[in-house]
Design a protein around this ligand. Structure first.
Ligand code: GLP
Length: 261
């Protein structure tokens, strides 16, 4: 894994946006995997700024979001679709025929999961998958002990995740208990993975993901098996890493073409 520890959330989001910009400038029709969550808000804001001020053209990309709550549609404020409209699709004026989320209101959820996998494959697979990290080590909505080989599926959310997302719904009791999510196996097929994690509440999951054993107890630890993962952290999220000095050494000694400047 490529570990990049930045001095602040803002600096981390600027760096992560440059990783996306490099991908899109190299391949304007890139397929992006996108994530939602508080972590991503500033990151999307930075991408929108780059599109407006630095001629970053995102209009030809195709996107696939990681997940969506069961029973919520784009018109529901708490849906990930509404989040994406507010923070990314809307401000960029993206062609909505090129953006995809799993349909949490599909009458047959399992058929929708299969269809989502087929849509990703038909687009040529994901070039760059953006991820956040759950406090319990989840990626997408792949909760601890779920299969590390999973494909897009219907998940029961853990109680911990209901509480983590309670603020978006006015209490944990109102958070939908089910979601459609790309599987860990789906995520591992992306050609490049970019994971963002900020804040002290993520420090434990970050250490388990990077330095712990590969285990379904921490689904993000499966990323150790992926050949190209970039992890962007702030100082507090990196605080529990035992090899932090080594990651900083590697970062300081990267070759010019390995840097996101
Ligand atoms: C959510 C999402 C994840 C997200 C994670 C962290 O429930 N399903 O895709 O990365 O939890 O969210 P946040 O950035 O709000 O901490």
């Amino acid at each position: 894994m490529e570990l990049l520890v930045e001095s602040s959330v803002e600096a981390g989001c600027r760096l992560a946006a440059r990783v996306v910009a490099r991908q899109v400038r190299a391949k304007p029709e890139a397929v992006l995997g996108l994530a939602t969550g508080r972590t991503q808000v500033l990151f999307y804001r930075e991408l929108v700024r780059m599109a407006r001020e630095e001629e970053l053209d995102l209009r030809r990309v195709t996107s696939f979001n990681l997940d969506e709550y069961v029973g919520l549609g784009p018109e529901d404020e708490g849906s990930f679709h509404a989040f994406m409209e507010e923070h990314f699709f809307g401000p960029l004026g993206l062609d909505r025929s090129r953006v995809h989320l799993p349909d949490g209101c599909a009458p047959d959820l399992q058929a929708e999961c299969l269809a989502y996998e087929r849509r990703i494959a038909a687009a040529g697979g994901i070039d760059l998958q953006v991820l956040g990290l759950g406090r319990n080590g989840h990626i997408g909505f792949n909760e601890p002990t779920g299969s590390l080989g999973s494909r897009t599926w219907v998940k029961v959310l853990s109680e911990e995740t209901l509480h983590a997302n309670a603020a978006d719904f006015g209490g944990a009791a109102h958070v939908p208990r089910h979601a459609l999510s790309m599987g860990v196996g789906t995520i591992l097929e992306a050609r490049h993975v970019l994971l963002l994690a900020f804040g002290a509440e993520k420090a434990h999951a970050v250490a388990a993901m990077v330095e712990g054993p590969v285990t379904s107890l921490c689904p993000a630890s499966a990323l150790q098996l992926h050949p190209r993962v970039t992890v962007v952290l702030d100082e507090v999220a990196a605080a529990e890493l035992q090899q932090l000095g080594h990651y900083r050494w590697v970062e300081a000694n990267r070759l010019p073409w390995q840097r996101y400047e």
